[in-house]
Design a protein around this ligand. Structure first.
Ligand SMILES: Cc1ncc(COP(=O)(O)O)c(C=O)c1O
Length: 281
């Protein structure tokens, strides 16, 4: 596979790709992004990712600098020219370059970059490494529905998780309301019902979350998009996370306490199997 980068229409080697020092993404974290999985050389659920990119950009009063149809074509050729069969495409749009000033610059054209990386997803359930998680107060802003490149609270929480020997941190807001993980949405089976935080400004509305909800519906498994708290999480019979990068991953411990005896639990297992059927098709 070739490691290529696409910068505002120009393609170069990823190792040689550069952006200007005064890009507002670099100076202020003034931008939004998407990560799109590539299976069998094709972008997975591209339309919802592009819709979310548009929503994120609107949330920070920024224009996407190319028409969506053009972006779709560019994505297809970047994946093809990279000869990527399995991996992900990272895409970032920043407000562009301007003299450093907090005030939004007038007339600056946003800058768009993309690149493709190889990534091998697990091929069997046994290959999936269940996650040890810790819980942490959600110290992010109140517009988490925007997929902003400002990820410092997520980065620091992930660092705390790693320090505690865990791979993910699950955030909670005041009153112990569980929102989501640093880079994943959180699902828990509580009293036989699958629960996940409802779509709101407090979570990123994950594409994998949406796929999981559709699959649970198809499997006739009871679901409630109703927020739950840390106490509920503590009595969950199954917990798992969803994300584009990691797909559906069961949680084995939370704050060092085992979630259940069998990991993945039966619902999570069926969900993973159904998810892989979509990927195969
Ligand atoms: C905070 C947060 N929540 C949830 C997700 C999962 O979203 P998706 O399934 O669209 O990858 C991500 C992915 O990056 C994330 O950063």
């Amino acid at each position: 596979m070739k490691r290529l980068a696409w910068i505002n229409g120009a393609v170069c080697d990823l190792a040689e790709a550069v952006v200007p020092l005064e890009d507002r993404g670099y100076l202020f974290g003034d931008g939004v992004y998407e990560v799109i999985k590539i299976y069998n050389g094709k972008p997975f659920y591209l339309r919802p990712h592009l819709d979310r990119l548009q929503k994120s950009a609107s949330g920070i009063a920024m224009e996407i600098p190319y028409p969506m149809e053009k972006i779709k074509q560019e994505i297809a050729s970047l994946i093809e020219n990279s000869a990527c069969k399995g991996g992900y495409l990272y895409m970032q749009v920043t407000r562009g370059s301007a003299k450093r000033d907090h005030l939004l610059p007038g007339g600056t054209r946003p800058s768009m970059v993309m690149y493709v990386r190889e990534y091998n997803s697990p091929a069997t359930i046994e290959e999936i490494k269940p996650l040890n998680c810790i819980t942490l107060p959600d110290e992010r802003w109140l517009n988490c529905y925007i997929k902003s490149i400002n990820l410092l609270p997520n980065v620091m929480a992930r660092h705390k998780a790693a320090d505690a020997g865990a791979q993910e941190a699950i955030f909670y807001r005041s009153g112990g309301t569980v929102t989501e993980g640093t880079r994943t949405n959180t699902f828990a089976v509580i009293d036989g019902v699958v629960r996940t935080h409802p779509e709101s400004k407090l979570i990123l509305s994950g594409i994998t979350r949406m796929i999981a909800l559709d699959l649970l519906d198809k499997l006739n498994i009871p679901v409630s998009e109703e927020a739950f708290n840390l106490e509920d999480l503590g009595k969950a019979s199954e917990v798992w996370t969803t994300s584009t990068g990691m797909e559906i991953v069961p949680v084995v411990t939370i704050d060092k306490r085992a979630v259940s005896e069998s990991v993945p639990g039966p619902i999570c297992r069926s969900l993973i199997e159904e998810f892989w059927k979509i990927v195969e098709n």
